[in-house]
Design a protein around this ligand. Structure first.
Ligand code: AGP
Length: 608
């Protein structure tokens, strides 16, 4: 969703904010703006539809000198992307400015009330009402006024507010949208995530829902919405500023694909002990885990596809019903949940509104909730009884890659650990699993090397009218994820389908213009998959197969083959997806798409 950054301190605020916006742009990029209280005491606002580069161009010789300011990059919810609807938004006096991520759900009612009270609102956004509410509440203390205004808001927000007459002070607040405070030496930052400020400080406070942060250079006072001071720990961000740079790659996505071997190593660090899997993060909930009789996984998008692997293994290894449901459906049509239900929420960002709401509902109904996330301090960790981190490092490209493979590896380890605890995982199965996990980073490296053909193959497929991806069993999540990658970054339609379902309808889409991409890695259902592949071939479709090294029949059946190393079936999803990521990447590049920031998308979706 939107990216937020604020600064108060001795540096020149304009460049700090623009640098932060460039790093946050993956959160949303349909418009951008900054507001500064200049060294002359004026409020300066510049905002533009388009990317941060458009804003930078509009600033010409650069923003005026200032020690305080706000910056925002937007993913539109209310009001189309335009200069007028871009943030920051101001009140009638032009002294108060606000940036916001989230949705003020009662904004129409508030807007009508404000207009009736004599306010003039200029934009179509929900956010602008906040500036006017603060204006009404302002009696000389910005934090007090913000707290009063917050009392009127329904919905979700991460907000930062600045007043021209208090030129060293920023006030931030969060409810169901991420916001962190950065503590520098004589300077303070506020941002929607660490990427924006990591170049300046690693010391951060993850605000909790309901917190209000009152910031001056070098001081941060956190209160609740009534003004009562609350104590929040200071955390240290474990990664460097360089980790969130492109490091010589043309795109973040390509860099992150190449980081997968290292990300897998990190995801397993400390979790493989001899011939066992052990997740210490579960130690506090072992008693509850011992009684579970059902597992529900909840997630969205790529994380949902990763969670399908977990569902299959929980069911297989624990011998209890297990399934995965997209969080937005789970929430409004929940299954029976009680204290014996384990709910696993899988989310890279830890901020996805649908997943958080579903996890909260499950927790309220008594389930034991475990988060699988990449983001320490994220909202999902507060909804969960235990959190297992991916340890994948920052992922900047909107299209998830390294977080998909680490999500799969982590849910596999989670299922194995719990099955072991319950005494239901045969020692031989666990030994084989641990051996395969240990080989995985090297095999991921090999899968990348073997995908050298992906660029040339993509060249020949880039003008296709669409794609049909098929897979069975553990190949099915890889097919879904491969198709999503194509859709997201090349804007071509791609369908991910259970291969056995092809003949029940979608086969009619296949022809010479719509290739079939078949996940045909070694598995118990290989022969069945080959039959489905042949069905497509018989309809004149070109067939691109992902197959296991050493398969000497696939070359005769498929038009093109992308090879991967052999592994055990539960881990085959991880290796199969790697050539599909690269294939999607090169198709998108050939089609001239904006790979890292595809249209209409945002990295984390903090609205329902
Ligand atoms: C994947 O490429 C997308 N960025 C998207 O499907 C994403 O996985 C989904 O929005 C869920 O995000 P989360 O993992 O942060 O919850």
């Amino acid at each position: 969703m939107c990216g937020i950054v604020g600064y108060t301190g001795p540096r020149d605020a304009g460049p700090v904010l623009l640098d932060g916006l460039r790093r946050l742009e993956y959160r949303g990029y349909d418009s951008a703006g900054i507001a500064l209280v200049t060294d002359n005491g004026d409020l300066f606002v510049e905002k533009r539809a388009g990317k941060v580069a458009v804003l930078t161009d509009a600033l010409g010789g650069g923003p005026p000198s200032a020690g305080i300011g706000l910056g925002h990059t937007r993913w539109a919810t209310h009001g189309r992307p335009s200069d007028l609807n871009a943030h920051p938004h101001s009140d009638c006096t032009g002294r108060i400015t606000v940036i916001h991520n989230g949705i003020v759900e009662n904004f129409r009612e508030l807007r009508d009330e404000l207009v009736a009270g004599g306010h003039t609102l200029k934009s179509e956004t929900d956010t602008e009402v906040v500036a006017h509410l603060v204006e009404d509440a302002y009696k000389g203390d910005l934090a007090d006024a913000v707290r009063v205004a917050l009392g009127r808001l329904e919905g979700a927000y991460a907000l930062v507010v600045m007043h021209r007459d208090e030129p060293q002070r920023l006030v931030g607040a969060r409810l169901n949208a991420p916001l962190i405070v950065g503590l520098g030496d004589g300077e303070s930052f506020v941002a929607s995530d660490a990427a924006a400020i990591i170049a300046y400080t690693k010391r951060v406070i993850f605000l909790a829902d309901g917190d209000v942060a009152d910031l001056t250079p070098g001081t941060a006072t956190i209160t609740d919405r009534l003004g009562v001071v609350v104590d929040r720990p200071i955390d240290i961000i474990p990664w460097s500023a360089e980790a969130a740079e492109k490091g010589g790659y043309a795109h973040f996505m390509l860099k992150e694909i190449h980081e997968q071997p290292a990300a897998l190593t990190a995801a397993m660090t400390g979790r493989l002990r001899g011939e066992s899997v052990r997740l210490e993060e579960l130690d506090g909930i072992r008693t509850r885990l011992s009684g579970i009789d059902r597992v529900e996984l909840i997630a969205c998008g790529t994380a949902y596809y990763a969670s399908l692997v977990g569902a299959a293994l929980f069911q297989d290894w624990l011998g209890v019903p297990a399934r995965s449901t997209v969080a937005s459906e789970f929430r409004y049509s929940p299954p029976p949940i009680d204290a014996r239900t384990l709910v696993v929420a899988v989310t890279q960002s830890g901020e996805t509104a649908d997943t958080i709401a579903a996890a909260r509902l499950a927790g309220d109904r008594g389930a034991v909730v475990v988060a699988v996330t990449n983001t320490v301090g994220s909202a999902i960790t507060r909804e969960s009884h235990a959190s297992v981190f991916l340890q994948a490092g920052p992922e900047v490209a909107v299209a998830a890659t390294k977080t998909f493979v680490t999500q799969v590896a982590t849910v596999v380890m989670l299922a194995a650990d719990i099955a072991h605890q319950l005494g239901r995982l045969p020692a031989e199965t666990e030994r084989d699993l641990v051996g395969a996990l240990r080989r995985l980073p090297e095999q991921a490296e090999r899968a990348i090397e073997l995908s050298v053909a992906a660029e040339e193959i993509a060249d020949r497929y880039a003008s296709a009218a669409g794609f049909m991806y098929i897979g069975r069993s553990f190949g099915y999540p890889a097919a879904l994820e491969g198709a999503l990658k194509i859709k997201e970054i090349s804007y071509l339609h791609a369908e991910g389908y259970a291969a056995g379902e092809l003949k029940h309808g979608p086969i009619s889409l296949l022809d010479a213009e719509v290739p079939l991409v078949a996940i045909a890695t070694r598995s118990a259902v290989y022969e069945k998959l080959i039959s489905n592949l042949m069905e497509g071939k018989a309809r004149d479709a070109r067939v691109l197969a992902v197959a296991t090294e050493g398969d000497d029949q696939i070359g005769r059946l498929a038009t093109d083959v992308l090879w991967v190393p052999d592994t055990i079936e539960p881990l085959s999803t991880i290796l199969a997806v790697i050539p599909l990521q690269l294939f999607a990447y090169y198709v998108a590049v050939k089609r001239g798409r904006d790979v890292d920031q595809p249209r209409n998308l945002a990295k984390s979706v903090t609205v329902e």
